[in-house]
Design a binder for this molecule. Structure first.
Ligand SMILES: [Zn+2]
Ligand SMILES: [Zn+2]
Length: 148
């Protein structure tokens, strides 16, 4: 409790700051966003539920809706029709959801490729305006791509 530089506490403090910018800070909102900020890959509803003892399914659903609505978290559609959730990089800025994703066929994880922004969205024909792009690449992540 008294360790000031605990990385987990830092993430919870960051989560709290982001949430406060948009609305009421509740323990469930802070825990869900803190967990997503700490996660190295996107998490499904079921994975989140499993890691959040004491947060029931309905509360989790509502918290995710709220976080998505305010741009702090984004949803990624999976090919199995399962949504995955990830903290939006630079949350708090109206950042949108404009980076590509990578789905590893080895471990099943979905990663945000924050630095990879689909260029085709910028080269649309006249009159079209892109709000969001959904691009998922498939293959092997660095961990699964290591030679045995
Ligand atoms: Zn992998
Ligand atoms: Zn993402």
């Amino acid at each position: 409790m008294s360790q000031r530089s605990d990385p987990e506490d830092d993430l919870l403090a960051m989560a709290e700051r982001h949430i406060r910018a948009y609305g009421r800070v509740t323990p469930a909102r802070v825990r869900v966003l803190g967990l997503l900020l700490a996660a190295e890959s996107a998490l499904t509803h079921a994975e989140l539920e499993a890691r959040l003892a004491g947060v029931d399914r309905v509360t989790l659903y509502r918290v995710l809706e709220w976080l998505v609505q305010h741009g702090l978290v984004h949803r990624i559609a999976g090919d199995e029709r399962v949504w995955r959730f990830s903290a939006t990089p630079g949350a708090g800025v109206q950042h949108g959801h404009e980076h590509a994703h990578f789905h590893c066929e080895g471990c099943g994880r979905t990663y945000c490729l924050d630095a990879l922004r689909p260029v085709f969205a910028l080269s649309l024909p006249a009159g079209f305006r892109c709000r969001a792009a959904e691009l998922t690449l498939y293959g092997q992540c660095p961990r699964c791509n290591q030679p045995a």
